[in-house]
Design a protein around this ligand. Structure first.
Ligand SMILES: [Zn+2]
Length: 178
């Protein structure tokens, strides 16, 4: 599966990049299979994983659209209807960190894979989120956010190491030249 967007919003692009990495990772598999059963579905974790792997193998594309949801939905960050796209709400987007936006992207991707899957359903019923931690889209969204927080820390540490190494090399070079 391939995420794409026309949006130039830096937070959306960064979150999309992390979401894509997670969706292609082995961690997605182990996160799904770490659960015995999800609520709001009769599908097994293995069947849900197969739906993801099928979407991945087919290289299906899903678009992320950024729009304004209107005054009554100003807290809602993501929304999936049907079709190969889902929406992010521009207003709350400004107040959420990359890892949260990434989790929402993965949550909505979960709805999209559910929509693609022919024989099983794994949504979360109505739009209230309370008591639904183990409904698949919520579970995978939260798991993705935690994964993203770890990856961001790792990326920042790697960048710091690289900068220190470059600085050290520069100092050595200057000393040699002196
Ligand atoms: Zn949802």
């Amino acid at each position: 599966m391939i995420l794409w967007t026309k949006s130039k919003n830096k937070k959306v692009l960064k979150a999309m990049e992390y979401a894509q990495r997670y969706l292609n990772s082995e961690d997605l598999k182990s996160d799904i299979l770490s659960v015995k059963e999800f609520s709001h579905t009769t599908a097994t974790p293995k069947e849900i994983l197969e739906a993801f792997l099928d979407a991945r193998a087919r290289g299906v594309k899903v678009e992320i659209r950024v729009s304004h949801f209107g005054i009554w939905k100003k807290r809602v960050l993501g929304s999936f209807g049907s079709g190969n796209y889902f929406k992010l709400n521009s207003y709350p987007l400004a107040f959420r960190v990359v890892a949260e936006v990434m989790g929402t992207i993965v949550h909505e991707t979960g709805h999209w894979v559910d929509w693609l899957a022919k024989l099983i359903r794994f949504g979360h019923g109505d739009n209230s989120s309370s008591g639904k931690k183990m409904a698949f889209p919520y579970f995978i969204g939260y798991a993705a956010t935690r994964w993203c927080e770890r990856e961001i820390l790792r990326d920042e540490a790697a960048l710091k190491n690289k900068q220190v190494a470059e600085l050290t090399a520069q100092i050595i070079k200057e000393r040699m030249a002196a």
